[in-house]
Ligand binder design. Structure first.
Ligand code: BQF
Length: 291
């Protein structure tokens, strides 16, 4: 079994970004600038925004976090988006999801200027992605494509089973793996909660992308010997062995599935760090387009 090391791969990508940013600064071009909007105090969301800020610092990207209370109204948040859309110093921004329930996420996403939508969630970027046009790709699916590329995982003509149809991971992942690209050119099956004979479908997969949102959903009995298994899940479970009192596990039962898989991503240290690296890549891309 080969471990697909997302931490190491993301460190390599961040090194490349760091060199690019240093070159920009050498040429008297302003460093890329990313902003993140965090509404409320969800501990996981705070962790993610902090991780993104730290990653920016490490590569020389300027970052600003805008924090608002849980009680922020949709109207107020739309004003923040409008302000960031019109900030000429800003190359891109993200609104950390999920948002509090009283705010319509789709409405906020659609208010973002597609040229600053470095999460790639605006319908303009989703549509352009589906057509294979230049766009900001969503960070998690793009991070997975980058791992498959850097580990030379064959995808052309292979059976790829994506489990989960979220707009953030499963749906775009199925689109990217179907495209006439390398990696890509896979025969893709998108499975979800209504899928019949799920086990039979997963058993045929050369590549399994688990984005179900259910801890240890994928077990060893489901997976074909020699498959590539990509775990997108992150769940906090109680642990008395860690300082924090919890540890992270994925949608895949790693200890068992790793005995059968040829390639597998761990949690933590798999897809998560690649998501962050992809966000930095989009921010750099936006800055290069604007300068
Ligand atoms: C790691 C996310 C669900 C809902 C909203 C590194 C991250 C996670 C894990 C991270 C995620 C998940 C992010 C690891 C960003 C990925 O070492 O395994 C980094 O920060 N992520 C997010 O912004 O919103 C989410 C998952």
């Amino acid at each position: 079994m080969v471990l697909i090391d997302g931490k190491k791969t993301s460190a390599e990508i961040k090194d490349e970004i760091k060199k690019d940013v240093a070159k920009m600064i050498d040429n008297d071009i302003a460093a890329p600038h990313l902003a993140a909007v965090l509404v409320g105090a969800d501990p996981a969301s705070q962790t993610y925004v902090t991780a993104k800020e730290k990653a920016c610092q490490n590569v020389g990207i300027t970052s600003t976090i805008y924090r608002y209370s849980e009680n922020t109204t949709e109207e107020e948040l739309l004003k923040v988006v409008d302000f960031l859309n019109n900030d000429p110093e800003l190359d891109g921004f993200i609104v950390q999801l999920p948002l509090p329930k009283h705010i319509d996420e789709q409405k906020i996403i659609e208010a973002i200027n597609p040229e600053k939508d470095v999460d790639g969630f605006h319908p303009m970027n989703v549509g352009r992605m589906a057509l294979g046009l230049d766009c900001f790709l969503p960070a998690t699916p793009n991070g997975i494509m980058e791992m498959l590329k850097r580990y030379n995982i064959p995808t052309s003509g292979k059976n790829c089973v994506v489990i989960g149809r979220s707009h953030i991971v499963g749906s775009p992942m199925s689109i990217l793996m179907s495209q006439k690209t390398e990696p890509g050119n896979a025969t893709v099956t998108l499975c979800h909660s209504r899928t019949e004979n799920l086990k039979d479908i997963i058993a045929q997969a050369d590549i399994v992308i688990a984005a179900i949102g259910s801890p240890h959903f994928v077990t060893a009995d489901m997976v074909k010997e020699g498959a590539t298994v990509i775990d997108v899940g992150i769940h906090r479970v109680k642990s008395d062995k860690t300082k924090s009192g919890f540890r992270l596990i994925g949608d895949v039962d790693f200890d068992e599935v790793s005995k059968k898989a040829a390639h597998i991503t761990p949690v933590p240290g798999g897809v998560g760090p690649m998501t962050i690296a992809s966000l930095l890549l989009n921010t750099l891309k936006s800055a290069k387009q604007k300068r």
